[in-house]
Design a protein around this ligand. Structure first.
Ligand SMILES: [Zn+2]
Length: 260
């Protein structure tokens, strides 16, 4: 998800005397692939109408330059690169931030708005499940351990709510739904359970904090998203489709009895 920088062209255009501070102006042209709006999932094209970039820093006037940024910005130890996107479909702003000055390089691709790349799920998915999922996404880079713990709790919340299963451990709960879901889906949950530390500790307690790799924490989040889609969203879409078919049939039958 998100913007992908495909190609960056830098061209030097002149080295004239620009006052006591001599610097080269560089034109930076970004060719970016489409950007997926995290609010409405609309793929927008990236242009001056939908995207702007600012370089605020401790001593420079914030946000003056967009694509024309002078060397003085690049020499700033506190320089930030702020990307603003506005979705033409829903109008929401997405804001991302990176540090490019030497003093702030530790800031890597922070999501300012929305706070994380968590998908926005509809209200028919229980609030506690959405909260755990969103928090797991928000801290996945900062603390994979805490993220995985939240994902496991979220997984347990989903299984309990959706399947009405309530056992002592998540391991037993996953086991209890084995015959209720397609085998390939169950296998993906089971495979995840068996992954290194996650598997070992899932069998004990969902609140156990274990050492975990960032990619494992991300895999847990992807699994949660898969279950949201496979179970909650598909069930709701099926419900709506069936209800549309039944109600349009009812209307047709009513019209028929009127004309008979
Ligand atoms: Zn949007």
């Amino acid at each position: 998800m998100g913007a992908e920088k495909v190609l960056v062209v830098i061209s030097f255009c002149g080295s004239g005397v620009l006052g006591p501070l001599q610097f080269l102006k560089r034109k930076v042209v970004y060719f970016m692939a489409g950007f997926l709006c995290p609010y409405c999932s609309n793929m927008m094209s990236v242009s001056e109408d939908t995207h702007s970039r600012r370089y605020p820093s401790f001593s420079s006037a914030a946000g003056k330059d967009i694509y024309w940024n002078g060397e003085q910005y690049m020499n700033e130890a506190s320089c930030l690169e702020m990307d603003f996107y506005q979705c033409p479909n829903c109008g929401e702003y997405t804001i991302r931030l990176s540090g490019i000055g030497d003093g702030v390089k530790d800031i890597t691709k922070m999501n300012i708005r929305p706070r994380s790349l968590a998908k926005q799920y509809p209200d028919y998915i229980p609030q506690n499940i959405r909260n755990d999922y969103e928090e797991a996404c928000a801290i996945v880079d900062l603390s994979p351990k805490a993220s995985a713990t939240l994902s496991r709790r979220c997984l347990q919340g989903i299984i309990r709510d959706f399947w009405g299963v309530n056992k002592k451990t998540l391991y037993e709960e996953i086991d209890a739904i084995k015959d209720k879901i397609p085998l390939d889906l169950w296998k993906s949950i089971d495979a995840l359970r068996q992954l290194g530390n996650i598997g070992a500790h899932m069998e004990k307690d969902t609140n156990t904090i274990v050492d975990i790799e960032p990619n494992e924490a991300s895999s847990l989040i992807r699994l949660i998203e898969l279950l949201m889609k496979e179970w909650y969203i598909n069930r709701e879409e099926r419900r709506q489709l069936f209800s549309n078919i039944i109600s349009s049939n009812d209307q047709k039958q009513a019209q028929r009895t009127k004309t008979e």
